[in-house]
Design a protein around this ligand. Structure first.
Ligand SMILES: *[C@@H]1O[C@H](CO)[C@@H](O)[C@H](O)[C@H]1NC(C)=O
Ligand SMILES: *[C@@H]1O[C@H](CO)[C@@H](O)[C@H](O)[C@H]1NC(C)=O
Ligand SMILES: *[C@@H]1O[C@H](CO)[C@@H](O)[C@H](O)[C@H]1NC(C)=O
Length: 316
């Protein structure tokens, strides 16, 4: 992205808002002069025809038996120090270049960072970016990678085949605490304000992802935040991460944005598919009922948290 534009946008917002300074944060989801409806004005790619997120309509997804499972390497438990920052839009963890994905064609993607999108605002608890048959899930996890044919993320971010994102949904029911998330969630208190960072000692991304890492949806899209570059190969996992209601509540209520407002509903609305085809490497069998998958690993249907559950969360 052009740095002049980055400098100009807050300045413009400053004038438009009559002096309400937007401390270094240019775009927003729903507030101010550069909400998501206005992203294309300043970030033209955001108005493109290959945007993300999208609604994954399961009856229209094309099963492609040639799509093999992803080969994830270096995702297991690793020692070291991993910076975790509140960037005013989400919490982001820096990942080591030893974490890689090899896709079905043998393209190797190197991990750069992971971050989350969630809901939590009063009328809408769910905050995933992709939806499945119109259903928005509670949280969406993005592990962002760049194509190893480029020297760095910076070099890849403008390239047409530059990026890949491994995405996963979180579901919440009355599950017990997911202890693989305990360390991460306890560190949120250290980064309440934008720009603050903390350090995770040790990291196991594999354990923070769904059990079934083999079944995915795949399509060509974009970054879901400005500059919305249309160079992302998306791999959206079909299986879910399970968190307790308390864990979800903490993610939804721990961080503040540049206006000192709680970061909630930090997701972009779904974008038109525009003739793109979403592929999957597993078979969905709608005739056998909602939520029935060819996968033996996920017999349970996915259920949205009810409004009762929502009220419970708010009261907690
Ligand atoms: C996965 O990738 C690693 C590193 O590229 C390679 O050594 C390994 O053989 C691959 N495993 C499979 C099952 O393809
Ligand atoms: C593999 O390459 C083919 C042909 O270029 C392409 O259509 C397909 O989307 C690629 N698949 C993956 C998983 O990259
Ligand atoms: C946010 O709160 C902190 C701590 O109270 C304060 O220092 C800062 O000026 C506030 N920022 C805004 C934009 O209100």
């Amino acid at each position: 992205m052009c740095s002049t534009m980055r400098a100009l946008v807050p300045l413009l917002s400053l004038f438009l808002l009559g002096g309400q300074a937007q401390h270094g944060s240019d775009w927003t989801y729903s507030e101010g002069a550069l909400d998501e409806a206005h992203w294309p004005k300043h970030y033209p790619h955001c108005g493109g025809r290959r945007q993300s997120p999208i609604d994954l309509q399961r009856t229209k997804v094309r099963y492609n038996p040639a799509l093999k499972g992803l080969n994830l390497t270096g995702y297991e438990s690793q020692a070291g120090e991993f910076p975790m920052v509140n960037n005013g839009h989400t919490v982001q963890i820096s990942l080591p270049g030893t974490m890689r994905i090899t896709d079905a064609n043998g393209t190797v993607y190197i991990a750069q960072q992971m971050h989350f999108h969630w809901g939590g605002a009063s009328s809408d608890i769910s905050g995933s970016e992709h939806t499945v048959d119109g259903i928005r899930h509670v949280i969406e996890i993005h592990v962002v990678h760049y194509n190893s044919k480029y020297q760095s993320y910076e070099a890849a971010q403008e390239a047409q085949d530059g990026l890949a994102v491994l995405a996963a949904f979180v579901e919440v029911k009355d599950y017990p605490e997911n202890t693989y998330y305990s360390n991460f969630i306890s560190h949120l208190a250290n980064i309440k304000y934008p720009g603050q960072s903390t350090t995770l000692t040790g990291l196991d991304v594999q354990d923070m992802l769904p059990k079934n890492l083999q079944h995915y949806y795949s399509y060509q899209g974009s970054l879901t935040t400005p500059p919305c570059t249309e160079n992302v190969h998306w791999f959206v996992l079909a299986d879910f991460v399970k968190l307790s209601m308390t864990q979800v509540w903490k993610l939804e209520n721990s961080l503040l944005d540049h206006q000192n407002k709680t970061i909630q509903n930090d997701y972009r609305r779904t974008q038109p598919l525009n003739h793109r085809v979403v592929e999957s490497n597993f078979v969905y069998l709608p005739s056998q009922g909602e939520g029935h998958w060819a996968s033996q690993k996920r017999p349970k249907p996915r259920i949205q948290p009810s409004s009762t559950c929502h009220a419970w969360l708010r009261a907690a």
